[in-house]
Design a protein around this ligand. Sequence first.
Ligand code: SF4
Length: 327
Amino acid sequence: MSDPVLSVNELTVSFGTRRGRAKVVNNFSYDVGEAETLAIVGESGSGKSVSSLALLQLLPTPPARVEGRALFRGADLISMTKSEIRGVRGNRVAMIFQDPMTSLNPVRTIGFQLMEPLKIHMGMSDTAARARAIELLDTVGIPSPGGRVDDYPHQFSGGMRQRVMIAMGISCSPDLLIADEATTALDVTTQAQILDEIRRLQEEMGLAVIWITHDLGVVAGIADRVVVLYGGSMMEESVIDQIFDERRHPYTRALLESVPVSGGDRPHRLKAIQGLPPDPTRLPPGCPFAPRCRHAVERCSNDAPRLRAPAEGHRVACHLDPADFHD
Ligand code: SF4
């Protein structure tokens, strides 16, 4: 297998707060390969977004403290200087967020915002950058792109703005795209079109994708592998089919029971996960999921489970095997 595009090793992120240090990401390690999509899934507060912001040095330090390594094509993103990371961000690693209105500048045209990175990172002339901007709008399915390139963000619908963000994300042919709830606010049809577009770019450009979402249901059709985060720690990692078929971790099971799974062949009654995620300033000494886990045994409260590999490519942090679960 070729070297991963990104190899994250023991990433830990904490914040100084008045109530003590909040550990938001704990020893998080994973790889993403060329043309691969890795989904990072968890509830709000699981650390999934913070872990990606930390990779690109987008967290204010202090109050954040970022430890560990994140080798991108062999160079550590975490220890890069400000000017080195600026050269990587938006160029070789692109990030798309949920709300394009906070990422797009309302007083600049779409064309201007698409052309800037092309001129800065790719050294394109005005004419070449404009032609490329129109081509990119066409790629992400904006009708009449030559006529829309001089429009402002408010002249686009929400779905169209999100497509523009994707066009900006891929404009410099990045090696890695991080999409953080990038299609959550969109209608199902637009979501499907954007997912198709990203898949096509993966096939054409070998793009590696990290897909961050709270919804394990949506990753079935898009991800090759899934990492499930809870309380800042990895609970389970697996190729996509095994996550759905084997459901080895009680938290993964609870997540799957709480969402309708697209394309799933097992209709089920949706169940909310009882209780709240842990307070990052007061993480329990044992398994972070123990207070909400219906399978917890005595040792779960005091003894944090280590990741173990029950099968090749499958890692799970739980003291029990599915045969021990009582449901
Ligand atoms: Fe539940 Fe214990 Fe497994 Fe944690 S280690 S998920 S508390 S059974």
